[in-house]
Design a protein around this ligand. Sequence first.
Ligand code: BG6
Length: 375
Amino acid sequence: MADKGKFAHYMLKEIFEQPQGLRDTIAPRVSLKDGTVRLEEVRIGEDELKALRRINIVASGTSRHAGMAGQYMIQDLVNVPVDVDYASEFEYRNPLIGRGELTIVITQSGETADTTAAQREARAKGSRTIAISNVVDSTIAREADGVIYTHAGPEISIASTKAFTAQMAVLFLFALYLGQVRGKLSKDQVRRYISELLELPKKVETVLESAPDCERLADKYHKMESFLFLGRASHYPVAMDGALKLKEVSYVHAEGYPTGEVKHGPNALIDENLPVVIIATCDRNDLGSLLRYQKNVANIKGFKQQSGRVFAIASQGDEEMRQMADHTIFMPQASELLLPILEIVPLQLFAYYMAVRKGLDVDRPRNLVKSVTLE
Ligand code: BG6
């Protein structure tokens, strides 16, 4: 798997490997027939999981954005409070954690120094730890009480893509497992979520068909000097990672922001020189999602009045959005907590094509390394 094959760059190959990485990460751990999730590698007893008072998630870069998505998954499905921290900040926060708490460390490489230090700090304070890693027997995986491996295959490109979507799938599996152990989720509920998880790889393949649209957008916008990426609720982590991808590989400034926060400052920036990329999907079976969608529509109308240019990630069939936004990429229907796994794909592709259009070294961006093993 560690060569580019027919692809021009590892990043593009790894973006297109996401359906397989999701299949390999999800399938071995679920039983649709029984309506159960099995995570033997967790190696923390069910009694301890039942007694958990709080979960801390600690990671760096793209892995932390996966943790942000996991916070919505675990809090919504299991009602256990979750905090998310930068690994590099964790030690300065004098984290008030200890026995009866779980720290989940998310790391593609399993070797990031900040994340290794954070896990050691959490363990020293008495917290149990689970590592979510893409590298078997990595340092962080070895030092954790339990480990849940992503099976995304070797990720060579410095910008993380297939590991990110696999990490979010693992966090969703963990939320289902925890909900099952704590009696929060019935077998029928778990079965419904499992069947949606099993359909996800096919939906990612559908979204990958938007690659030519993303390439055209990069061609149109490759001279822009800054972008604002916006998302609400479980879509906010997607906005954060879309912005990070663009910065990492195309050296174009980009900021991820909660959509609702734009009126408290960033709105002053929005005009024809600052394109807005907004996640404006809608799970029509979810009232909260419908209400958030209405707010997003109001935001977009406001941006258009400020002669802002809007690139929307919307739901299939949303003809209103097609009329309103300057460009729209459509997502297949999925539930609110799983839409992020689809929504990030066009943003990965956009960042990739921007870097290619600018003639940059896509897989090895300047000043960055795949795993920062020194603090
Ligand atoms: C950065 C990588 O150096 O480290 C990012 O360029 C990555 O892609 C971050 O998200 C964290 O790395 P890891 O291996 O701990 O997930």
